[in-house]
Design a protein around this ligand. Structure first.
Ligand SMILES: [Ca+2]
Length: 496
């Protein structure tokens, strides 16, 4: 027995001496996983964005290991068009959809979505929570996912209804008073009963189930979208006496239709049909929004924690993306739905674990939601599909590079001219120094109004400088660039 063991040992030694040595570098790495976290109505008001009053330790920790984009913009400051752009790589005018209810496949039946493209390239793609906009007659997209899209709705429906006085549906995140939604609530429902906690838990389960594959997980969190219902412990993080209400003034010389009437909020219980919010209500709104942000932050922390526990963090690209900004009392206004900086600017944080040079770097490169699709393709080593309108910002992630790009946003409105209802579209271009917004009659393509804001001065979007002599040279140049860029992207003239 002893002799045969030593003979076996010698044989093993000879065999291993004959085998080529495999260095660690030559072992093929599995394709990086993608964790795309979509946060609904999250404006870039986080500690890592310089908002020291916001408690966001988990997103801050992620940002410390990522590239944080200080000037990222949405294509249209509302849920469905913004998400359509992220997932299809097409701008709203190219898809021909600027509303909430039209499914993108009615306009682009065969478009290969971001998650679908990764699926075609060997990934398991799963979506959970709010990825596409559903509701208002819109549906999910079955072609985007390897397995059916998941929501916590069926779990919530099984709960016993909770009613207190005239308040109903207290077992959900959308409680009602007299049948109307409550705009904010310090919720006594356990944290793990809240939609986003359920979505994060599902994401964590799926990370474990998919850990031996390459996965693309799109996790959509619905807070801080209205109603601002968050567990009470997150409300307790903030002292309402320290909350200040922003200036209520509007820009000088703004077009009468450039703001919305924040109809989204006005449908809620206790909100006036016209006019400003009372200051105590404004404070509650801001307090509730902050509580929801900290609640979301905790869910992000749970998901990142699970990636680490599973040993997947160093092989997973994490993107945290907000669909658009939000007016939290800015200009005396609420909600999104405009072309202003406060609504078009989004949080965007990208962590590529292989890119150690840029940990904690902030980039002021101007990037857009439409750029995320091609960037993720490049990071995963996939060819960028031909239909994509955006540009990969992989170079910005790698290093500080010269980056001369602009961001486009748009928003439709209806106005009245000579008693006639007229549909207009505002096209807004953000350069590193300026914002130019051109309002066009959708039918005649005639320019009705221009807004011009200089971002090198304090409170830049408080004075429309379009008629100011000082800018008489720069504005026509920017207008020309706006029209040229539009034509290049869409293959048609903006004004004809
Ligand atoms: Ca949204």
């Amino acid at each position: 027995m002893k002799i045969s063991l030593s003979l076996f040992g010698i044989l093993v030694l000879i065999m291993s001496a004959c085998m080529p040595e495999v260095s660690k570098e030559e072992v093929p790495l599995r394709k990086p996983n993608i964790l795309l976290i979509l946060v609904d109505d999250l404006r870039p008001e986080l500690n890592c964005y310089g908002a020291g009053h916001i408690i966001s330790p988990n997103i801050d920790a992620l940002a410390n290991e990522s590239v944080l984009f200080t000037r990222a913009y949405t294509q249209q400051a509302v849920c469905a068009p913004s998400r359509n752009t992220l997932m299809t790589g097409l701008r709203p005018d190219e898809l021909g959809i600027t509303d909430l209810s039209t499914h993108f496949r009615t306009k682009a039946p065969d478009v290969v979505t971001l998650s679908q493209y990764f699926m075609q390239n060997g990934y398991i793609s799963e979506g959970m929570g709010k990825v596409y906009h559903t509701g208002h007659g819109n549906q999910n997209d079955v072609f985007s996912w390897s397995n059916p899209h998941w929501t916590p709705n069926s779990i919530i429906k099984k709960r016993e209804p909770v009613i207190s006085g005239d308040t109903t549906k207290l077992h959900t995140c959308i409680p009602l008073i007299d049948g109307k939604k409550i705009p904010w609530l310090k919720s006594r429902m356990p944290e793990h009963f809240h939609n986003d906690a359920l979505v994060a838990s599902h994401a964590m389960d799926r990370m474990g189930a998919l850990k031996d594959t390459s996965f693309f997980l799109a996790v959509g969190l619905v807070k801080p979208h209205l109603p601002f219902v968050a567990p009470s412990k997150y409300w307790d993080l903030y002292d309402p006496s320290q909350i200040t209400i922003p200036f209520k003034d509007k820009p000088d010389e703004y077009p009468s239709y450039s703001f919305s009437n924040w109809g989204e909020l006005r449908k809620y219980h206790g909100i006036p049909a016209e006019g400003l919010l009372m200051d105590p209500d404004a404070i509650n709104m801001i307090h509730g929004y902050y509580a929801c942000v900290s609640f979301i932050d905790a869910q992000v922390g749970r998901m990142i924690g699970r990636l680490k526990e599973l040993g997947l963090y160093e092989n997973t690209i994490v993107v945290l993306w907000g669909d658009h900004g939000w007016k939290l009392g800015d200009y005396g206004e609420w909600c999104k739905h405009t072309n202003y900086e406060v609504d078009t600017r989004i949080p965007l944080i990208v962590r590529d674990p292989r890119n150690k040079n840029n940990e904690g770097r902030q980039s002021d490169a101007i990037v857009e939601t439409v750029d995320v699709y091609p960037t993720l393709c490049e990071l995963a080593g996939l060819e960028i599909p031909a239909h994509i309108q955006g540009s990969s910002f992989q170079a910005v992630l790698q290093d500080t590079v010269d980056w001369d790009d602009v961001a486009f946003s748009q928003y439709p409105r209806t106005t009245s001219i000579d008693g006639q209802s007229v549909k207009v579209m505002g096209y807004s271009m953000r350069t590193s120094d300026y914002r130019l917004t051109k309002w066009i009659n959708i039918e005649t393509r005639e320019t009705l109004d221009m807004e011009f804001y200089d971002h090198s001065i304090p409170l830049p979007e408080m004075i429309n400088l379009a008629a100011m002599d000082h800018y008489k040279d720069i504005i026509p140049m920017l207008n020309q660039r706006l029209e040229e860029e539009y034509e290049k992207e869409h293959g048609k003239s903006l004004t004809e």
